[in-house]
Design a protein around this ligand. Sequence first.
Ligand code: ZN
Length: 304
Amino acid sequence: MDIAREGLERQRAKRKRVARMKKMIIYTLVGFMILTLCVMTFLCVEVLSLQRQIDELSSHVATSQEVDNPEQMVEDSYLDDLYKVDNAENEAKEGDIPMVYLTFDDGPSDNTNKILDILDDYNVKATFFVVGQDTSKYGDAYRRIVDEGHTIGMHSYSHKYSEIYSSKESFEADYNKIHDLILETTGVDTKYYRFPGGSSNIVGKCSMSVFINSLNEKGTVYYDWNVVSGDATSRAFTADELVDNVMSDVVKYKTSVVLFHDASNKDATVEALPKLIEKLNEAGAMILPITDDTTVIQSVNVVQ
Ligand code: ZN
């Protein structure tokens, strides 16, 4: 009897051990799966954040490629169906009041709001050539530009030269995206455009005449610039140097279209702005937003 009970006890103990082992194996497996899931989620988040950083970097690289002196580049580029616009009539003469158009490319970013605050303080209107940003984050900045009386223009949606300038179709797809974003966010049907890199850039696979013609067909006016602040060059100018760069050039022209950038890394631009406005005021310049009456400043145009 005792032997039978002993045997039974042993069997029960064995079953318990087996059940314990099974439980351990299941727990280990479940634990391993949870750990794997956690690692995968972490890696996915990392990859996405890296992708964003790459996109941001490539857009900054593209920005810094924007030419310092577009006229210089035209000399070297193909000019078969383009001609260099003669701006001789725009040369300043004794007694002219300089008309200065401050333009900001590549925003909106957090710096856009700082720039808008400064412009508001001085009651100055400017022009913003915007790119495509997340409207849930920057919708208010797009609207602020318009609501506070500044001119809003397009500067492409993606700012990726390789995409925009690869064909007429991709240029127009990008154009429609930024045009519709501005229309839906601000209600403005803008007809102003600034080419990433300017109209005389030689980055694309097609001649710029393809894209200029595309804008002409839509009745959209593109504006280049004739004064460079220097805030997108490889050399990092200080705020004071940016002011000097602009002031030394605006005296040369009746109409000056000044190239600035309001991207997130353009802190010197923000710092330079109050000083520049004060100096321009002292010089008796008129600071204006681009309108249909503004003298069109272009580096190149299409031979008709
Ligand atoms: Zn740009």
